[in-house]
Design a protein around this ligand. Structure first.
Ligand code: TYD
Length: 203
């Protein structure tokens, strides 16, 4: 069984969660055992930390440490064991989100984030990251006024433009791992780009 680790990234409102489900279905149809999970979260402890990160006021360093604490538990309890069993793991956000949101959005020191990345999950990196990229104004329109916004969704357009630039920087540094999808297009066009990325890897 091919153990693959695929992550889904983008600013809030980019539409990644719908497509994550479609990728899971496609890979299951191809015979993979697929585990879908998310960050912050994925284990009972990490889900408790998610509640805090999304809802409690805190400074950027506390925020960065909590998302990495959640990740540590998630990687060790869920992701690594699933990959060891030969499963395909699809994760809604991973460390690129920390560089984008805490690094880009909040302006937290990316050198510290790089050290934490190394200490928390060593050589484990996604085999593929699907990055849903679109202008922050369009993402805000898509988010609309639905449900009660969390601490991140309450941020202004400038915050999300900084997050977007954070993703851009990560993508430039890892062009083979991170595939940029133009998420400003309609759903069918977005899906075609994702299929292209999977097909080019013969997945
Ligand atoms: P999100 O994945 O968008 O879930 P939902 O669709 O339920 O809103 O929400 C998670 C939020 O957490 C998102 O706004 C980005 C933020 N986040 C960080 O700030 N840093 C991180 O490292 C991760 C994984 C997420």
């Amino acid at each position: 069984m091919p153990a693959r680790f695929i992550t889904f990234e983008g600013i809030d409102g980019a539409g990644k969660s719908t497509h994550l489900e479609a990728v899971a279905q496609r890979l299951r149809d191809g015979g993979d055992t697929v585990l879908c999970t998310r960050e912050p979260g994925g284990t009972p402890l990490a889900e408790s930390l998610r509640e805090l990160v999304l809802n409690q006021p805190m400074d950027p360093m506390t925020e960065a440490l909590l998302v990495f604490a959640a990740r540590r538990d998630h990687v060790h309890q869920l992701i690594v064991p699933a990959l060891a069993r030969g499963e395909t793991v699809l994760c809604d956000r991973f460390t690129d989100a920390t560089f984008a949101y805490q690094g880009g959005g909040r302006g937290f020191d990316t050198a510290v984030l790089r050290q934490l990345e190394h200490d928390v999950h060593g050589t484990l990196q996604p085999d593929l990251t699907i990055w849903f990229d679109l202008p922050a104004t369009l993402a805000a329109e898509r988010r609309g006024a639905a449900r009660s916004p969390d601490r991140f969704e309450q941020q202004d357009i400038e915050f999300f433009e900084r997050v977007r630039r954070g993703y851009q920087a990560r993508a430039q540094a890892a062009p083979h791992r991170i595939v940029r999808i133009d998420a400003s297009l309609d759903r069918a066009s977005v899906w075609r780009q994702i299929e292209g990325a999977l097909e080019s890897r013969q997945w």
